[in-house]
Design a protein around this ligand. Sequence first.
Ligand code: ZN
Ligand code: ZN
Length: 334
Amino acid sequence: MLSDKEKRAQYDQFGADFFEKGGGGRNPYGGAGGAGGFSGFSDPRDIFSQFFGGGAGGGFSFEDILGGRGGGRARSHAQNGQDATVNVTITLEDALLGTTKKLRIRKNDSCPDCGGSGAAPGSQPQTCPNCHGSGQVMMNQGFFQAPGQCPQCGGTGKVVTNPCKRCSGTGRIRVEKEIQINIPPGVDTGSKLRVPGGGDAGINGGAQGNLYVVITVAEHDVFKREKETILCDLPIPLTTAILGGIVDVPTMTGKTRMKIAPGTQNGTLLRIPGKGMPALKGGKRGDQLVKIQVEVPVKLDSRQKAALEALDLNSTNQPLQEAFCKKAARFMDN
Ligand SMILES: [Zn+2]
Ligand SMILES: [Zn+2]
Protein backbone atom coordinates (compact mmCIF):
# COMPACT_ATOMS: atom_id res chain seq x y z
CA MET A 1 0.00 0.00 0.00
CA LEU A 2 2.80 2.40 0.80
CA SER A 3 5.18 1.37 -1.89
CA ASP A 4 5.41 4.70 -3.61
CA LYS A 5 6.89 7.77 -1.97
CA GLU A 6 4.05 10.12 -2.67
CA LYS A 7 1.49 7.83 -1.17
CA ARG A 8 3.65 7.49 1.85
CA ALA A 9 3.80 11.23 2.25
CA GLN A 10 0.04 11.50 1.97
CA TYR A 11 -0.45 8.72 4.42
CA ASP A 12 1.85 10.49 6.80
CA GLN A 13 -0.10 13.64 6.48
CA PHE A 14 -3.65 12.43 6.53
CA GLY A 15 -3.51 9.00 8.09
CA ALA A 16 -5.20 5.81 7.08
CA ASP A 17 -8.66 7.36 6.66
CA PHE A 18 -7.52 9.24 3.60
CA PHE A 19 -6.81 6.00 1.81
CA GLU A 20 -9.84 4.19 3.11
CA LYS A 21 -12.01 6.88 1.58
CA GLY A 22 -10.07 6.69 -1.63
CA GLY A 23 -7.01 8.84 -2.04
CA GLY A 24 -3.75 8.52 -3.87
CA GLY A 25 -4.70 8.73 -7.54
CA ARG A 26 -8.46 8.69 -7.17
CA ASN A 27 -10.48 11.68 -6.16
CA PRO A 28 -10.72 11.68 -2.37
CA TYR A 29 -13.73 13.99 -2.50
CA GLY A 30 -15.63 11.99 -5.06
CA GLY A 31 -19.27 12.94 -5.24
CA ALA A 32 -19.16 15.41 -2.39
CA GLY A 33 -19.00 18.48 -4.57
CA GLY A 34 -21.85 17.63 -6.88
CA ALA A 35 -21.90 18.51 -10.56
CA GLY A 36 -18.67 16.62 -10.98
CA GLY A 37 -16.77 19.79 -10.22
CA PHE A 38 -13.95 18.10 -8.45
CA SER A 39 -13.36 15.04 -10.51
CA GLY A 40 -9.87 14.46 -11.65
CA PHE A 41 -8.05 15.91 -8.72
CA SER A 42 -5.50 13.49 -7.48
CA ASP A 43 -3.90 15.79 -5.00
CA PRO A 44 -6.06 17.56 -2.45
CA ARG A 45 -3.70 20.50 -2.79
CA ASP A 46 -5.18 21.12 -6.22
CA ILE A 47 -8.61 21.55 -4.83
CA PHE A 48 -7.46 23.94 -2.18
CA SER A 49 -5.48 25.88 -4.72
CA GLN A 50 -8.63 26.35 -6.77
CA PHE A 51 -10.65 27.48 -3.82
CA PHE A 52 -8.21 29.72 -2.08
CA GLY A 53 -6.06 31.11 -4.80
CA GLY A 54 -3.08 28.88 -4.47
CA GLY A 55 -1.39 28.47 -1.17
CA ALA A 56 0.69 31.19 0.44
CA GLY A 57 0.20 33.58 -2.47
CA GLY A 58 -3.50 33.75 -1.73
CA GLY A 59 -2.91 34.59 1.89
CA PHE A 60 -4.37 31.30 2.94
CA SER A 61 -2.16 28.30 2.91
CA PHE A 62 -3.01 24.70 2.49
CA GLU A 63 -1.50 23.99 5.87
CA ASP A 64 -3.72 26.59 7.54
CA ILE A 65 -6.80 24.70 6.50
CA LEU A 66 -5.54 21.35 7.54
CA GLY A 67 -4.45 22.69 10.88
CA GLY A 68 -0.77 22.02 10.79
CA ARG A 69 2.29 21.42 8.67
CA GLY A 70 2.48 18.29 6.68
CA GLY A 71 5.31 16.14 7.73
CA GLY A 72 6.44 13.08 9.52
CA ARG A 73 4.31 10.39 10.97
CA ALA A 74 5.52 11.35 14.39
CA ARG A 75 3.61 14.61 14.11
CA SER A 76 3.85 16.02 17.57
CA HIS A 77 1.12 18.03 19.17
CA ALA A 78 3.58 19.51 21.56
CA GLN A 79 2.32 22.76 22.95
CA ASN A 80 4.68 25.15 24.63
CA GLY A 81 3.83 26.22 28.17
CA GLN A 82 2.40 29.68 28.64
CA ASP A 83 4.68 32.52 29.65
CA ALA A 84 3.93 34.24 32.93
CA THR A 85 4.47 37.83 33.98
CA VAL A 86 5.04 39.16 37.46
CA ASN A 87 5.50 42.80 38.53
CA VAL A 88 8.16 43.65 41.09
CA THR A 89 8.75 47.02 42.72
CA ILE A 90 12.22 47.76 44.06
CA THR A 91 13.96 50.76 45.60
CA LEU A 92 16.41 52.98 43.77
CA GLU A 93 19.13 51.66 46.07
CA ASP A 94 18.31 48.11 44.90
CA ALA A 95 18.47 49.29 41.29
CA LEU A 96 21.92 50.74 41.97
CA LEU A 97 23.48 47.66 43.52
CA GLY A 98 21.28 44.88 42.22
CA THR A 99 19.36 42.61 44.56
CA THR A 100 17.68 39.24 44.91
CA LYS A 101 13.95 38.87 45.47
CA LYS A 102 11.92 35.90 46.60
CA LEU A 103 8.63 35.63 44.73
CA ARG A 104 5.68 33.34 45.25
CA ILE A 105 4.29 32.30 41.89
CA ARG A 106 1.46 29.99 40.84
CA LYS A 107 2.01 27.93 37.72
CA ASN A 108 1.21 24.70 35.93
CA ASP A 109 4.05 22.27 36.50
CA SER A 110 4.66 18.90 34.93
CA CYS A 111 3.00 16.25 37.11
CA PRO A 112 5.76 14.45 39.02
CA ASP A 113 3.75 11.22 39.39
CA CYS A 114 3.27 10.55 35.66
CA GLY A 115 6.12 12.65 34.29
CA GLY A 116 3.63 14.74 32.32
CA SER A 117 2.17 11.86 30.30
CA GLY A 118 -1.16 11.90 32.14
CA ALA A 119 -1.13 8.10 32.34
CA ALA A 120 -1.18 6.47 35.75
CA PRO A 121 2.28 5.41 36.94
CA GLY A 122 3.12 2.03 35.42
CA SER A 123 0.81 2.53 32.44
CA GLN A 124 1.32 4.21 29.07
CA PRO A 125 -0.95 6.37 26.91
CA GLN A 126 -2.55 4.11 24.25
CA THR A 127 -2.83 4.63 20.51
CA CYS A 128 -6.08 6.47 19.82
CA PRO A 129 -8.68 3.98 18.44
CA ASN A 130 -10.51 6.71 16.54
CA CYS A 131 -7.61 7.92 14.37
CA HIS A 132 -5.28 4.97 14.85
CA GLY A 133 -2.57 7.27 16.12
CA SER A 134 -2.47 9.70 13.23
CA GLY A 135 -4.22 12.48 15.13
CA GLN A 136 -6.37 13.26 12.10
CA VAL A 137 -9.69 12.01 10.79
CA MET A 138 -11.79 13.01 7.79
CA MET A 139 -14.24 15.74 8.76
CA ASN A 140 -17.11 17.39 6.93
CA GLN A 141 -15.98 20.85 5.84
CA GLY A 142 -19.06 22.31 4.26
CA PHE A 143 -19.79 20.25 1.18
CA PHE A 144 -16.67 18.18 1.05
CA GLN A 145 -14.49 16.31 3.45
CA ALA A 146 -11.04 17.19 4.60
CA PRO A 147 -8.72 15.80 7.22
CA GLY A 148 -9.14 17.47 10.60
CA GLN A 149 -7.98 17.07 14.13
CA CYS A 150 -9.22 13.90 15.78
CA PRO A 151 -11.72 14.95 18.47
CA GLN A 152 -11.06 11.93 20.64
CA CYS A 153 -7.35 12.51 21.19
CA GLY A 154 -7.16 16.20 20.32
CA GLY A 155 -4.71 15.42 17.54
CA THR A 156 -2.10 13.76 19.72
CA GLY A 157 -2.79 10.24 18.39
CA LYS A 158 -2.75 8.95 21.94
CA VAL A 159 -5.40 8.53 24.59
CA VAL A 160 -4.96 7.96 28.29
CA THR A 161 -7.06 4.98 29.33
CA ASN A 162 -5.81 4.83 32.89
CA PRO A 163 -5.43 8.44 34.00
CA CYS A 164 -2.92 9.52 36.61
CA LYS A 165 -4.81 10.29 39.82
CA ARG A 166 -2.69 13.21 40.82
CA CYS A 167 -3.24 15.27 37.65
CA SER A 168 -6.51 13.63 36.45
CA GLY A 169 -4.76 12.70 33.21
CA THR A 170 -3.85 16.26 32.21
CA GLY A 171 -0.14 15.75 32.83
CA ARG A 172 0.12 19.02 34.72
CA ILE A 173 -0.61 20.16 38.23
CA ARG A 174 -1.12 23.60 39.71
CA VAL A 175 1.66 24.49 42.10
CA GLU A 176 2.63 27.45 44.18
CA LYS A 177 6.35 27.95 44.25
CA GLU A 178 8.80 30.29 45.84
CA ILE A 179 11.51 31.30 43.45
CA GLN A 180 14.46 33.57 43.90
CA ILE A 181 15.30 35.99 41.14
CA ASN A 182 18.47 37.99 40.70
CA ILE A 183 17.87 41.60 39.74
CA PRO A 184 21.00 43.07 38.16
CA PRO A 185 22.34 46.56 38.85
CA GLY A 186 21.04 49.21 36.46
CA VAL A 187 17.43 48.02 36.04
CA ASP A 188 14.90 50.78 35.53
CA THR A 189 11.14 51.07 35.53
CA GLY A 190 9.93 48.97 32.60
CA SER A 191 12.96 46.65 32.56
CA LYS A 192 11.85 43.12 31.73
CA LEU A 193 13.85 40.20 33.03
CA ARG A 194 13.37 36.73 31.61
CA VAL A 195 13.50 33.70 33.87
CA PRO A 196 13.82 30.75 31.46
CA GLY A 197 11.48 27.91 32.36
CA GLY A 198 9.64 30.01 34.95
CA GLY A 199 6.33 29.75 33.09
CA ASP A 200 3.94 26.83 32.69
CA ALA A 201 5.14 23.36 31.78
CA GLY A 202 4.59 22.39 28.15
CA ILE A 203 2.04 19.84 26.96
CA ASN A 204 3.04 16.66 25.10
CA GLY A 205 6.72 17.45 25.39
CA GLY A 206 6.40 21.15 24.55
CA ALA A 207 8.90 23.61 25.94
CA GLN A 208 8.49 25.18 29.35
CA GLY A 209 7.24 28.79 29.24
CA ASN A 210 9.25 31.69 30.56
CA LEU A 211 8.59 33.97 33.47
CA TYR A 212 8.94 37.68 32.75
CA VAL A 213 9.68 39.94 35.69
CA VAL A 214 8.66 43.53 34.98
CA ILE A 215 10.47 46.01 37.19
CA THR A 216 9.16 49.21 38.72
CA VAL A 217 11.67 51.38 40.54
CA ALA A 218 9.86 53.29 43.30
CA GLU A 219 10.08 57.08 43.57
CA HIS A 220 12.88 58.21 45.86
CA ASP A 221 12.49 61.10 48.33
CA VAL A 222 15.98 62.52 47.71
CA PHE A 223 17.09 61.43 44.25
CA LYS A 224 15.48 61.42 40.84
CA ARG A 225 16.79 59.34 38.02
CA GLU A 226 17.00 59.85 34.30
CA LYS A 227 18.57 56.76 32.77
CA GLU A 228 22.12 56.71 34.18
CA THR A 229 21.96 60.23 35.62
CA ILE A 230 20.98 60.92 39.22
CA LEU A 231 19.41 64.32 39.90
CA CYS A 232 19.29 66.00 43.27
CA ASP A 233 18.20 69.45 44.48
CA LEU A 234 20.50 71.09 46.99
CA PRO A 235 19.35 74.15 49.00
CA ILE A 236 22.28 76.40 49.99
CA PRO A 237 22.32 79.55 52.17
CA LEU A 238 22.25 82.93 50.45
CA THR A 239 25.58 83.86 52.03
CA THR A 240 27.26 80.75 50.54
CA ALA A 241 25.79 81.57 47.14
CA ILE A 242 27.20 85.10 47.35
CA LEU A 243 30.58 84.41 48.93
CA GLY A 244 31.20 80.82 47.81
CA GLY A 245 32.12 77.93 50.09
CA ILE A 246 32.12 74.18 50.59
CA VAL A 247 28.85 72.23 51.02
CA ASP A 248 27.97 68.63 51.85
CA VAL A 249 26.10 66.73 49.13
CA PRO A 250 24.32 63.39 49.48
CA THR A 251 25.04 60.75 46.84
CA MET A 252 23.60 57.25 46.45
CA THR A 253 26.78 55.88 48.00
CA GLY A 254 27.35 58.38 50.81
CA LYS A 255 28.25 61.98 51.50
CA THR A 256 30.58 63.99 49.31
CA ARG A 257 31.69 67.63 49.43
CA MET A 258 31.32 70.19 46.69
CA LYS A 259 32.78 73.63 46.09
CA ILE A 260 30.34 76.47 45.50
CA ALA A 261 31.83 79.33 43.50
CA PRO A 262 31.23 82.94 44.65
CA GLY A 263 28.17 84.40 42.89
CA THR A 264 26.49 81.04 42.23
CA GLN A 265 22.98 81.60 40.92
CA ASN A 266 19.82 79.77 41.79
CA GLY A 267 19.23 76.79 39.45
CA THR A 268 22.91 76.24 38.67
CA LEU A 269 23.63 72.61 37.77
CA LEU A 270 26.81 71.09 39.12
CA ARG A 271 28.10 67.71 38.03
CA ILE A 272 29.62 65.02 40.22
CA PRO A 273 31.19 62.40 37.93
CA GLY A 274 30.60 58.72 38.60
CA LYS A 275 27.88 59.10 41.23
CA GLY A 276 24.97 58.18 38.96
CA MET A 277 23.48 54.80 38.08
CA PRO A 278 25.17 51.93 36.27
CA ALA A 279 23.86 50.95 32.86
CA LEU A 280 22.04 47.61 32.70
CA LYS A 281 24.59 46.37 30.19
CA GLY A 282 27.42 47.20 32.57
CA GLY A 283 30.19 49.77 32.45
CA LYS A 284 30.90 52.65 34.78
CA ARG A 285 28.28 54.62 36.65
CA GLY A 286 26.74 57.77 35.19
CA ASP A 287 27.01 61.19 36.82
CA GLN A 288 25.05 63.00 39.48
CA LEU A 289 23.68 66.44 38.69
CA VAL A 290 23.13 68.78 41.63
CA LYS A 291 20.69 71.63 41.13
CA ILE A 292 21.46 74.56 43.41
CA GLN A 293 18.52 76.14 45.22
CA VAL A 294 19.62 79.45 46.72
CA GLU A 295 17.44 79.91 49.76
CA VAL A 296 16.31 83.39 50.72
CA PRO A 297 16.19 83.72 54.54
CA VAL A 298 12.63 84.25 55.73
CA LYS A 299 12.81 85.28 59.40
CA LEU A 300 15.17 88.22 59.82
CA ASP A 301 15.34 90.15 63.06
CA SER A 302 15.56 93.93 63.05
CA ARG A 303 19.35 93.91 63.47
CA GLN A 304 19.80 91.66 60.36
CA LYS A 305 17.35 93.74 58.37
CA ALA A 306 19.23 96.95 59.25
CA ALA A 307 22.55 95.35 58.30
CA LEU A 308 21.19 94.27 54.91
CA GLU A 309 19.77 97.71 54.22
CA ALA A 310 23.16 99.21 55.04
CA LEU A 311 24.84 96.92 52.48
CA ASP A 312 22.75 98.50 49.70
CA LEU A 313 22.97 95.32 47.56
CA ASN A 314 20.60 96.71 44.93
CA SER A 315 23.17 99.22 43.74
CA THR A 316 25.82 96.56 43.18
CA ASN A 317 26.33 94.49 40.04
CA GLN A 318 23.14 92.52 39.23
CA PRO A 319 23.81 91.35 35.64
CA LEU A 320 20.67 89.24 35.26
CA GLN A 321 18.40 92.05 36.37
CA GLU A 322 20.19 94.59 34.18
CA ALA A 323 19.92 92.40 31.09
CA PHE A 324 16.26 91.66 31.73
CA CYS A 325 15.32 95.30 32.27
CA LYS A 326 16.92 96.24 28.95
CA LYS A 327 15.02 93.54 27.04
CA ALA A 328 11.71 94.21 28.76
CA ALA A 329 11.90 98.00 28.66
CA ARG A 330 9.65 98.26 25.60
CA PHE A 331 6.87 96.49 27.50
CA MET A 332 7.20 98.81 30.47
CA ASP A 333 6.97 102.24 28.68
CA ASN A 334 3.72 103.48 30.12
ZN1 ZN B 1 0.04 12.91 36.55
ZN1 ZN C 1 -7.31 10.23 17.72
